[in-house]
Design a protein around this ligand. Structure first.
Ligand SMILES: Cc1cc2nc3c(=O)[nH]c(=O)nc-3n(C[C@H](O)[C@H](O)[C@H](O)COP(=O)(O)O)c2cc1C
Ligand code: SF4
Length: 346
């Protein structure tokens, strides 16, 4: 099933394999994709990813979480993004870009939910909408709103970080307001034909964080606001290494599968499941058992961008990714994401 075509609503994909957003850290002087980033995404498309989600791309300079992070806050970047989308399309895949704001995890101006004025919050959905329109102009098939991992939209959802007592805090409806308004603003600005996905935590895994029941409620609300696909993730840095979105160690157990299975039938849009999927057999079982609609891979494709070539041939082998998370180090150092595993182990 993994390599069969997938069609649901606005999602028309050559297959069900998704390269989950991975911050590439490969930018040019305009914070747009460098030639190296384009080469990487084309390699993934040629290998057989049906949908590539370009890594978190800031909607404003103060939303950046890395020194070398892509941004879509200026029209100047559009030509480079056009090269990226054109090359990926020519290689047979679809491409979304993940839009995000770092919030309290910004490296430029970290701010907690309490630090934002109402007027500043009103402007956030418009920043996302303007970036989405640029993405559409640049040829992307859709955007993914980053609503997970404790960044701006995620921290507002979580009572643990959001202690506001106004329209943006307190009840779940208030905590979800910024995210919902963001999706609505993108839909208004980019039109009905443009696909919008959202990556959301199944749970924050911290005391007083977003719970699984709340996450289901938010996902259902997002679908009614025009979300076309949901990607399930989880965790915030405070949850610790064991409950991070990129869990350490070698696992063959997709760690949000139970949540995704419970979501089944409750959401009218396709679900992408990401986290800990390491074999073709696991991916096929998840699809056959209707746990999810699409399979997301992050680290296995950092370790081996051409892994899908083998899986497409039906070669049953595990990803060589050791789950050491060494790939974050070059990214944070400004050299771009790369696997730290010695060549002989790949
Ligand atoms: C180096 C690195 C960069 C990542 N960048 C992003 C990102 O930009 N946006 C995002 O939502 N998740 C990001 N993630 C998380 C992955 O998308 C994915 O959710 C996580 O790694 C679990 O999937 P996996 O077990 O297949 O790696 C990143 C993970 C790694 C290892
Ligand atoms: S450095 Fe390589 S082996 Fe380690 S987690 Fe990242 S991709 Fe996997």
């Amino acid at each position: 099933m993994l390599f069969e075509r997938f069609s649901h609503g606005k999602l028309r994909l050559p297959n069900r394999l998704v390269r989950s957003a991975v911050c590439e850290g490969l930018t040019d002087q305009d914070f747009a994709p460098s030639a190296a980033m384009i080469d990487l995404e084309v390699k993934l498309a040629q290998a057989g990813c049906g949908l590539i989600i370009a890594g978190k791309t800031a909607v404003s300079p103060d939303g950046c979480i890395l020194r070398k992070q892509c941004r879509l806050d200026s029209d100047r970047a559009i030509p480079a993004y056009r090269h990226l989308t054109g090359a990926v399309h020519a290689a047979g895949a679809k491409i979304f870009v993940q839009l995000g704001h770092g919030g309290r995890r910004s490296t430029v101006n970290p701010r907690t939910p309490a630090d934002w004025s109402l007027q500043e919050l009103e402007a956030i959905p418009e920043l996302f909408a303007a970036a989405a329109v640029r993405a559409k102009t640049a040829g992307f098939d859709g955007v993914q709103v980053h609503g997970a991992h404790g960044y701006l939209l995620s921290e507002f959802l979580s009572p643990c970080f959001n202690g506001r007592t106004d329209l943006y805090g307190g009840t779940l409806a208030n905590r979800a307001r910024l995210l919902l308004k963001t999706v609505a603003a993108i839909r208004r600005a980019a039109g009905d034909a443009f696909a919008i996905a959202v990556k959301l935590n199944s749970e924050d895994f911290v005391g007083n964080g977003l719970t699984a029941a709340e996450s289901v409620e938010v996902l259902q609300k997002l679908a009614s606001y025009g979300m076309d696909a949901a990607e399930i993730s989880g965790g915030v840095p405070e949850a610790g290494m064991a409950l991070n979105p990129a869990r350490q160690g070698i696992s063959q157990a997709p760690y949000y599968a139970e949540f995704a299975a419970k979501l089944r039938g409750k959401l009218p849009v396709p679900v992408i499941l990401t986290g800990g999927i390491r074999s073709l057999e696991t991916a096929e079982n998840l699809l056959q058992n209707k746990v999810c609609d699409l399979i997301g891979l992050g680290r296995p494709l950092i370790a081996e961008p051409d892994l899908p070539l083998d899986w497409r041939k039906g070669k049953e082998r595990l990803s060589c990714c050791a789950g050491c998370n060494g790939c974050f180090r070059p990214l944070v150092a400004g050299r771009g994401v790369a696997c730290r595993l010695p060549e002989g182990h790949k």
